[in-house]
Design a protein around this ligand. Structure first.
Ligand code: SF4
Length: 434
């Protein structure tokens, strides 16, 4: 029998990648063979899991759809993800055959059954009897990856004034813990050694009395050679307890991505962020006091309405003082329906470009400083790629690329490396310990 092939193309954040892995599992259960989009023959079905977090992301979704339609004129194309929910013009987009907003995702199997004449497979998500708890009725399936995302949380109640996420993904919900544990175990059985705990903000995981700390403890109690990485955390109350747990075990990576978004209290307030920069600095300070080689990454939005050149300079100074290991800088993008869309004091496009450029040296200097600080230390590395001459490359617990040599294969294994050098691309190298 000739297999019906399907490909899932993902744009945007880690949570979208996690959603795509769940879609892959549902397709696999329906009998599809999952292939890369550039497979030798056009896939029969292509699902585009879209992003619309900024106007640029929405434009990329449209461009991608057009290019996929051009390259695979006979494929059946489904558009799902955030753009399918909030971008009205997608309804008219002739490059996709069908739009699948979040509320209709449960109908995917019925749509495929009609189109491809596959066997009926019932999908029953979210039957927990509690709106704040959800079930996926699917497990993460990653046919081509060495690191897996485990979805535990969805949605957001914060309504930061610039952000479209609460409109696209809805209110906060947490995944049923039994389903989380079952998905986790099957990922370990599939051979994954690093599992990234993923959601919009995993810090807000809550299922009855079980919060993120309780969930992590349950995961850590499972036997196996694995480490956990926290994918998406927001500054908040749980952080000190989370840091204490992280510092007490080697099985949670020394990695925190804590979006700052602005380095002045005026703009943080206008953004609706729920902390001052001083509180943010204290949170990071506490975390670093417990984990000296912690990777603290962050996001920064430049050119938010009302950000004068002086406020921008002040923001940059604060960012410099934080010594982030990594910094993502985004120009402000007005999203339709958000509060910030109507705020006065818009910054011109030219000035926005200038500000993004001005942050690049800060970002580069901080990343280089962090990588250099690891020379002379021992770091735990998951090797994900082979190089020439018995070389291996992977990511350290604190998310820096590390290379080493080994006469026997260490691919997809976690090993300790004594770091002895770094290059101008912040790639570290060293010797295996033992
Ligand atoms: S916390 Fe704010 S920025 Fe983050 S997803 Fe929620 S609304 Fe958006």
């Amino acid at each position: 029998m000739i297999a019906i092939t399907a490909s899932v193309v993902t744009l945007g954040c880690r949570l979208n990648q996690a959603d795509s892995a769940l879609i892959c599992d549902r397709l696999r259960r329906c009998g599809f063979q999952i292939v890369d989009e550039d497979y030798e023959e056009s896939p029969n079905l292509i699902i585009v899991n879209s992003c619309t977090v900024t106007a640029t992301a929405a434009r990329k979704t449209r461009q991608l759809l057009t290019s996929i339609r051009h390259r695979h004129p006979y494929a059946y194309i489904i558009l799902t993800g955030c753009a399918a929910d909030v971008d009205e013009d997608m309804k008219e987009n002739s490059d996709c055959d069908i739009l699948l907003p979040r509320a209709e995702k449960k109908n995917l199997e019925s749509i495929l059954e009609r189109r491809f004449n596959i066997q009926h497979h019932e999908h029953k998500p979210s039957e927990t009897g509690d709106e704040s708890i959800f079930k996926e009725d699917a497990f993460a399936y990653y046919p081509f990856k060495s690191r897996a995302n485990l979805k535990v949380q969805e949605g957001c109640n914060s309504f930061c004034s610039y952000c479209i996420v609460p409109y696209a993904r809805g209110r906060e919900r947490s995944r049923d813990p039994e389903e989380v544990m079952a998905d986790f175990r099957q990922l370990l059985d599939a051979g994954f050694h690093e599992i990234v705990i993923t959601g919009v903000n995993v810090c807000n995981y809550k299922c009855g009395k079980l919060d993120l700390i309780g969930l992590l403890e349950k995961l850590l109690a499972v036997e196996g050679d694995f480490r956990l990485r926290l994918g998406s955390t927001e500054p908040g109350e749980i952080l000190p307890r989370l840091v204490d747990l992280m510092a007490s075990t080697k099985r949670i990576c020394d990695f925190l991505h804590l979006p700052l978004q602005a380095g002045t209290n005026e703009i943080l307030k206008a953004m609706g962020r729920k902390y001052t920069r001083e509180e943010y600095r204290d949170m990071v300070g506490y975390a670093r006091s417990k984990m000296p080689y912690l990777h603290v990454g962050s996001d920064l939005i430049v050119g938010f309405p009302g950000e004068t050149p002086e406020l921008f300079e002040e923001s940059c100074e604060f960012v410099k003082s934080m010594h982030f290991a990594n910094l993502h800088v985004f120009p402000f993008s007005p999203r339709k329906g958000t509060k910030a869309e109507k705020l006065p004091g818009r910054i011109s496009v030219d000035e926005m470009v200038r500000r993004v450029e001005a942050t690049k040296p800060i970002k580069a200097a901080c990343a280089a400083k962090f990588a250099k600080s690891l020379i002379g230390t021992e770091q735990s590395v998951l090797f994900e790629r082979t190089l020439a001459n018995n070389g291996y490359e992977g990511w350290s617990s604190n998310y820096v690329k590390v290379r080493t040599r080994s006469p026997k294969s260490i691919l997809r294994e976690i090993h300790t490396v004594r770091i002895n050098a770094g290059n101008e691309e912040n790639i570290l190298s060293g010797k295996l310990v033992n």
